[in-house]
Design a protein around this ligand. Sequence first.
Ligand code: EPU
Length: 460
Amino acid sequence: MNATPQDYRHLDVGPLLGNDSGMNDLLYVNGGNPLSGTITVRGAKNFVSKAMVASLLGETKSVLRNVPQIRDVAVVSGLLSLHGVQVEYSAADGVINLDPSAVESAHVAEIDAHAGSSRIPILFCGPLLHRLGEAFIPDLGGCHIGDRPIDFHLEILRRFGAEVDKREGGIHLRALGRLKGIKMELPYPSVGATEQLLLTAVRAEGITELSNAAIEPEIVDLICVLQKMGAIISVDTDRVIRIEGVDRLTGFTHTALGDRIEAASWASAALATGGDVTIKGAHQVEMMAFLNTFRKVGGQFEVHDQDIRFWHPGGPLRSIVLETDVHPGFMTDWQQPLVVALTQATGLSIVHETVYEKRFGFTCALRKMGANIQIYRECLGGAPCRFGQRNFHHSAVISGPTPLHAADVEVPDLRGGFSYLIAALAANGRSTVRGISLIDRGYEAFQEKLEALGADVSRG
Ligand code: EPU
C-alpha cells in the first residue's frame, strides 16, 4: 500500500510533504532550451534515510544536517514517529532532530500505511530487534528495476539469531535473546544487505565480520555516523568490514554527504541539452567514475571547492562503452540519465547494466521520442555478469545522434523519471511527463531547479 502526503499530516513532518498542491501529477516541458545556471544538491537520499534509521540505536538525541526535502525522508520520518521517535525537521535549514528516548512498538496497520514506496523499512529490523526485541516490516516498495529480493537481509538477521516469520503483508521478527556477532560473506556486494548487517552488528554481542561488503560512499558515511555513536568498525581494502559489538550507543551530530546521483543527473541534463550547469554540493571524490565517463563522452567539467561545473563544449559528443558496477565503478543510478545524453552522441554506445536485471524498461519511451536504442539479453561490451545466462534484457546499444521529439510519457521509476525530464528538455516541442510525484522521492524541488536553469516547464 502506498502512502500519500495526507498520511503524514498528523505527524510532525509537515515540512517534508513537498508538493501537495492538489494539481495534476504531470509536468509540461517545452524542450529546446539548454539548461544554464547554478543549483544546489543537498544530502544523499541513499544515506540520509539510513542515518535516520541509525538514530534508533542511540540512547540520546541525534542531529542530521544537509537533509533534503524529499518523499523518502518523509516516509522514514513517518515510520520513526510511529515507533515513538520525536522527529523535527526544518526544510529551510535542512536539519532534522531525532529523539529516540521513548521508542515503542507500533501497530502493524499503521506501519503498513506509512511504509510508502520505499525500501528503507527493511533496515529497521536490527535497530528494532535491539530496542524492542521484535519488529514488523511491511512488504517493501521501491522502484521496479528488477526483482529486488531481500534474501541476503533475512539470512543476515537469521544468523544473528532472529526468528523470521513471513506473514501476509510483511515479516515479523523476534530476537531470541541478545543477537550475536556473525561471520558472513555476501554473494554480491549489496548496499542494503551491508547496511542491514552494520545496523545489526553494532549492538550485537561479539565480533562480526562481513566479506564481499559494499563500500559505497554512502555506506562509509553511515559507518562514520555509527562510529560517532560509539561503534567500533573497521573497513579493509578487500571489502571486509569488521564490527566489535558494544552495549550502548549514543546519538550523533552529522552533516550528510552530498547526493552524487542527483548531481550526476543534473550533469547529464546539462550535456543532453547542450547546457552549462554548476552544481553546488557536488564532490569530486564520490563522482570520479562519473567524471571520467562524462569526459570520455565529450562533456567538460571544472571542479571547485564547493561545486562542480558541467557543460557541453559544442561539437559532437562521442559514443562510449560503459558497464555499471558497484563502487568504485560507474553507479547503476547514473546510467539512466546518462543514456539520454548518449542518444546525442555520434556512433554506437554500449551500456551493460550489471547491478539490476531490468533497468532498461525506461528506454521504451525514449524510443517513442525518436531515440534509436536496442536492448539485448547478452552481456555486451564487458565481462559476463550474473544476468547473462538468465534471459534478462540488460545490455543496450544506443545509436546516435538522433533528434528527440516531444511525447506524452509516464514516469516508470525514480531515475527513469528524471531521464524522461532530460529527454523532454532536449526534445523539440511540448512533452507531457506524467506521474512526476515519483520524482519527488529523490529529487528535491526539481521543478524550481528546472526553472532556475531556464527550463520552460509548468504543472498540469
Ligand atoms: N540483492 C539480492 N538480494 C538481497 C539484496 C540485494 O539479490 O537481499 C541484489 C538486488 O536484486 C540487486 C543487487 O543485489 O540486483 C544490488 O542491490 P542492493 O542491495 O545493492 O541495492 P539496494 O540496497 O536495494 C540501494 C539504493 C539504490 C541503488 C543500489 C545500488 C537505497 C534506498 N537504494 O538499493 O538506489 O541503485 O543501492 O547502488 O539506498 C535509487 O536511488 O534510485 C536506487 C534504486
